[in-house]
Design a protein around this ligand. Structure first.
Ligand code: GUN
Ligand code: ZN
Length: 434
């Protein structure tokens, strides 16, 4: 179990964070802040400064000496499903079959409060054990799945955004709600959890096919009535799914337009995937401020397609990187980034370590409008930080030993590293893991 926070805590190691968004392709950038061998100073759960390793803080500070290790802001996962640890690495299907064969049966179990409670704890502990300290999460359609997740995040002091999943059609028994009950459940959850400690509510539309137009309209009205809440959903992930949406919503210009018409696109909207969007959709993202959570591990695993990150960004649509477990095969955002590199390589683009790591730290924090709280090591931010070994095992150790510059070293760490490199996770200055 986590122990009580030291009031004043100093962590020593190689500090890495970002002060802005690095350019595409630039392996050197003034927006990368690398401070080798520094103390990171934490007081009452917040970062208060940093100083060179030779200037050891006095004994009013607890010292955690991680010399020779890399320290970053805790990663932010902008799209992940808590009940899907039970279906991660399921063989042989694309999205729609995968949902019916594996995912929906697993989610049915969360109707049970004990299952939901145990699942929430297991999921959040797993996030922390993979270096992720903040997340935007899909639980299930059951109100209790959101309630228990909020409570579990609260007891860990985590920044978490979630909401009961809305789905009132095209789902099996035990996984459908109805508009009136869903609205009551959302209102109650918003009232009890939104803005409580580090928690926020997201109106959570699973995806267009599992909501009636009436439910989408209710979700849009909730967003309008509660301007501080988030909205999360899936969009244009799989070609068969896109075809189905066209059939279900013939009046809409596109899949994204289904959400636009329901009033679901605003600067707090996070839409997973967005592989099969066009220029008009990208302009709608830009104009509304809605974000794409790019999920490379999931997109490769489910054979969904290759997301064109540069084109999205050129159209001024903001992009963060997410695991989308259980479509994705790892909760570790280093693995998401290694996959993101490969997806971009298929399009002839080079994703630098800076661009990649920014997308799961400061970039994701900005996408969630939380950059004043998380995503960097700036004084005043909450002390959500992770300590990592630079290299684990002989291959990574050798690669590191021959790295010629900082980018090469960090890129090798990002590509070869995973949760086995994680040494410690701190949430608001509290040592949580391992
Ligand atoms: N689209 C609708 N539901 C899901 C889900 O659970 N995972 C993924 N990857 N896509 C979805
Ligand atoms: Zn998803």
């Amino acid at each position: 179990m986590p122990h009580l926070p030291a009031q004043r805590l100093a962590l020593r190691g190689d500090l890495l964070d970002f002060t802005g968004a690095p350019e595409w392709g630039a392996t050197e950038s003034p927006l990368v802040r690398y401070r080798p061998d520094h103390w990171l100073l934490i007081d009452s759960g917040r970062i208060v400064g940093a100083q060179p390793g030779a200037q050891t803080p006095d004994n009013t500070w607890a010292h955690h000496d991680h010399t020779g290790r890399i320290i970053l802001p805790g990663f932010i996962d902008t799209h992940v499903h808590s009940p899907q640890l039970d279906v991660i690495a399921s063989y042989g299907t694309e999205l729609l079959d995968w949902l019916n064969t594996y995912t929906f049966p697993a989610e049915q179990r969360y109707a049970d409060a004990d299952e939901a409670t145990a699942g929430a704890a297991r999921f959040l502990d797993a996030l922390l054990a993979h270096g992720t300290t903040s997340a935007m999460v899909f639980p299930t359609v059951h109100k209790v799945s959101a309630d228990t997740l909020f409570a579990a995040a609260q007891s860990r002091g985590m920044r978490l955004i979630t909401g009961k999943v809305l789905m009132d059609r095209h789902a099996p028994d035990g996984l459908r709600d109805d508009v009136a009950q869903a609205e009551r459940d959302c209102l109650d959850l918003i009232q009890r959890w939104h803005g409580t400690d580090r928690l926020a509510y997201a109106v959570t539309v699973r995806f267009a096919p599992t909501s009636t137009p009436e439910q989408l309209a209710m979700a849009g009205a909730l967003c309008q009535a509660h301007p501080g809440v988030y909205m999360q959903t899936h969009v244009a992930e799989n070609r068969e799914e896109v075809r189905w949406v066209r059939e279900l919503f013939p009046e809409a210009r596109s899949y994204l337009d289904v959400y636009a018409r329901a009033g679901l696109l605003n600067e707090r909207s996070v839409l997973a995937h967005g592989i099969w969007l066009d220029d008009v959709d990208r302009a709608a993202l830009r104009d509304s401020g809605a974000q794409i959570a790019h999920c490379p591990s999931s997109n490769l695993f489910l054979g969904s397609g290759l997301f064109d990150w540069r084109t999205a960004e050129a159209a001024c649509a903001a992009v963060s990187v997410a695991s989308d477990v259980g479509g994705g095969t790892s909760l570790c955002q280093l693995k998401s980034l290694a996959d993101a590199y490969k997806v971009q390589a298929m399009a002839g683009q080079r994703l630098t370590a800076w661009k990649a790591l920014h997308a799961v730290t400061l970039g994701a924090a900005e996408a969630l409008q939380l950059a004043d709280e998380i995503g960097s090591l700036e004084p005043g931010r909450m002390a959500d930080v992770c300590v990592w070994d630079w290299a684990v095992g002989p291959v990574a150790q050798r690669r590191l030993a021959v790295a010629r510059d900082l980018h090469e070293k960090v890129f090798a760490w990002m590509t070869l590293g995973d949760e086995r490199n994680l040494v410690a996770t701190y949430v608001a200055g509290r040592h949580m893991q391992p």
